[in-house]
Design a protein around this ligand. Structure first.
Ligand SMILES: Nc1ncnc2c1ncn2[C@@H]1O[C@H](COP(=O)(O)OP(=O)(O)OC[C@H]2O[C@@H]([n+]3cccc(C(=O)O)c3)[C@H](O)[C@@H]2O)[C@@H](O)[C@H]1O
Ligand SMILES: Nc1ncnc2c1ncn2[C@@H]1O[C@H](COP(=O)(O)OP(=O)(O)OP(=O)(O)O)[C@@H](O)[C@H]1O
Ligand SMILES: NC(=O)CC[C@H](N)C(=O)O
Length: 549
């Protein structure tokens, strides 16, 4: 046994499906690990394909391409002193597995198969993979390594089997997406495994955005006393060298924990940045109304992409107030973005004229309000088509819950950063971002929006003097009821027991169910909570279940 075992933890940001690019990333970090004389480089889960590969991994030609790329990489390790634990899909006999390959000196020396396949929330791994049946330790450099893959750490049996087989340290390869306080949940689970096994635990996570998921990284090492002795930076691709001595003394970098509003904001920034960059957009375009949702969406976009890649458009109607015009301009100036103004009044008049013969004798109602929203959507999509920018949609979770958005209108767009953010959190995030610039963000150091944007009552300005609270309960009440119904799945009785009026709860429940069709057609957005709309909450569109009290 060498005196010190040196691990290179590669917290990488792969692109799902981009096998060649991901293998190039691995090769680059393998070279760095060699330079640093590491004994073993550890990758995140399914690095070759990126996580989650979804049904792509079922395609036989994709499986062939993975295998070819892995075998080519294995060859490059011949004669080199550093081993690799590589997360990849792997075919064994008739089955396809979520695996970790132990590669050393030009050979695949051992294959670890994931035993617990997550199949809840956003995960569908049972649809894709067979599950492994047993665990064996890897003997390397005089150490007995117990290797697990992500969900395996969430149960006690795999770690216990590895300990029984003589594991002297646990190494976990992960594709663990961010939500709320997830990093702390991972630390707690790791501490339980360490407490039972009395060995150090090494946790390596993916970082980066993939569609609705964002991976925070936050890879760490816990010593056998359950203390976190190494923490890698959240939200960044990087490699850390961690040295473990014979008597399990551990030395490695210790970054700060990202949590609360900072973590939510960084998740939104990274989710949008990677969605835009990995899909090859030059930037984003959005409607800037002078309201809080578009102001926060614009700030996140500038922090993610830089001001030059964000284009904002004010589209006034006759109902737009001077206050909104001033606030929208104020936001644009503070963010330093390109700002244009295009009136939708001619479009409103054109539609009125075109529809007059058919609508004759009918009162004005929500139809005309939705035309305004759709005129804006059409205009923004025209800019997107002409200049190639992706349209950023701005609806927040409170609105998406109750259907308070116009389908094919302000719901137009390719991606959303507020889709999983309740309105009260929108307020808090704006105040927070006005007070500080988070690490790695590309926007201004100072404030990003005028204080008035945060202070004034929200309004869609689709008719004179309209305010959101004319048709919805105050956001403190609405958000609390929504959280009870969505995140907590409470019954009507449970929500009423929290102090809410039964009629209001009934009304919100009905709105929530009825808006499912809108959400199914809404753009994807960054998952931040334990119950994001989309894969996390799959409700029927046609739904006859109602509460009876
Ligand atoms: N289950 C179902 N499956 C498929 N389609 C269904 C459907 N239920 C209704 N529909 C269709 O959907 C249409 C109604 O939806 P839609 O056209 O969107 O219109 P609607 O939901 O009636 O109105 C839009 C709502 O969003 C509010 N809004 C609009 C714009 C901005 C803001 C804001 O402050 O952010 C708020 C506005 O005040 C209003 O409450 C109907 O024509 C109906 O045919
Ligand atoms: N006058 C406008 N100019 C530009 N964009 C607008 C305008 N009005 C609405 N939009 C776009 O439509 C979205 C929905 O806006 P609306 O004002 O109806 O409600 P909101 O959800 O309160 O949003 P916000 O807080 O951004 O105003 C806005 O976020 C913005 O992107
Ligand atoms: N890739 C996985 O197995 C992820 C599942 C696990 N419960 C997590 O979120 O960390």
């Amino acid at each position: 046994m060498t005196d010190t075992f040196s691990l290179a933890l590669a917290q990488l940001n792969p692109t799902v499906g981009a096998i060649r690019k991901n293998m190039a990333l691995l090769a680059m970090y393998y070279d760095r690990a060699l330079e640093q004389c590491a004994d073993l480089l550890v990758s995140p889960e399914l690095l070759t394909t990126g996580y989650p590969p979804e049904d792509l991994v079922l395609k036989p030609s994709f499986q062939d391409a993975v295998e070819d790329a892995v075998l080519a990489f294995v060859e490059t390790t011949r004669g080199k002193p550093t081993g690799v634990l590589l997360g990849t899909p792997w075919r064994v006999e008739e089955g396809l597995y979520n695996a970790a390959l132990f590669i050393f000196d030009g050979e695949i020396r051992q294959i670890v198969l994931k035993r617990h396949l997550p199949n809840y929330g956003v995960f569908d791994e049972m649809r894709l993979f067979s599950s492994g049946a047993e665990s064996a330790v890897i003997n390397f450099a005089g150490r007995k390594l117990g290797v697990m893959i992500c969900e395996d750490m969430w149960y006690d049996d795999v770690a216990a089997d590895l300990k029984l087989a003589g594991a002297e340290m646990l190494i976990v390869l992960n594709g663990s997406p961010f939500e709320g306080d997830k990093p702390f949940l991972r630390y707690d689970l790791a501490a339980e495994r360490v407490e039972h096994c009395h060995v150090p635990l090494v946790y390596v996570n993916q970082v980066g955005g993939q569609d609705e998921l964002v991976f925070d990284g936050a890879s760490f090492v816990m010593n056998s006393a359950g203390e976190r002795v190494c923490l890698m930076r959240h939200w960044r691709e990087e490699m850390a060298i961690v040295k473990i001595s014979k008597d399990n003394q551990i030395a490695g970098p210790l970054a700060h924990d990202s949590h609360g509003l900072e973590a939510l904001y960084q998740a939104m920034v990274l989710g949008l940045r990677d969605y835009v960059n990995k899909n090859g957009f030059p930037g984003v375009v959005l409607g800037l109304s002078g309201g809080i949702d578009s102001a926060l969406s614009a700030a996140v976009a500038v922090d993610a992409l830089g001001a030059k890649r964000v284009r904002c458009v004010m589209m006034p109607s006759p109902y737009t107030s001077q206050e909104s015009l001033d606030d929208a301009r104020g936001c644009a100036e503070m963010l330093g973005v390109e700002y244009e103004s295009v009136s939708i009044e001619p479009a409103m008049q054109a539609f009125e004229t075109m529809l007059a013969p058919i609508f004759s004798g009918k009162d004005k109602d929500i139809t005309e309000e939705n035309i305004q929203s759709r005129a804006r959507g059409l205009l923004l999509m025209a800019l997107s088509n002409k200049f190639g920018h992706m349209l950023l949609t701005t609806g927040n979770k409170s609105e998406m819950s109750v259907g308070y958005a116009t389908i094919y209108g302000d719901m137009c767009g390719g991606y959303s950063v507020l889709k999983d953010v309740y309105k009260m959190t929108v307020f808090a995030l704006c105040k927070w971002r006005n007070d500080q610039k988070p690490e790695g963000c590309l926007g201004p150091d100072g404030r990003v929006m005028p204080d008035n944007v945060i202070a004034k009552p929200p309004s869609a300005e689709l008719r004179p003097d309209q305010k959101d609270e004319d048709s919805l309960p105050p956001y403190e009440i609405l958000d609390d009821i929504l959280e009870c119904l969505i995140e907590k799945e409470y019954s009507l009785e449970d929500v009423v027991a929290c102090g809410h009026d039964a009629d209001v709860v009934r009304r919100i429940w009905k709105l929530l169910d009825r808006a499912e069709y809108k959400r199914r057609q809404a753009p994807p957005g960054v998952k931040l909570t334990s119950r994001a709309f989309g894969r996390d909450r799959r409700y029927p569109l046609t739904n006859g279940f109602t509460s009876l009290i």
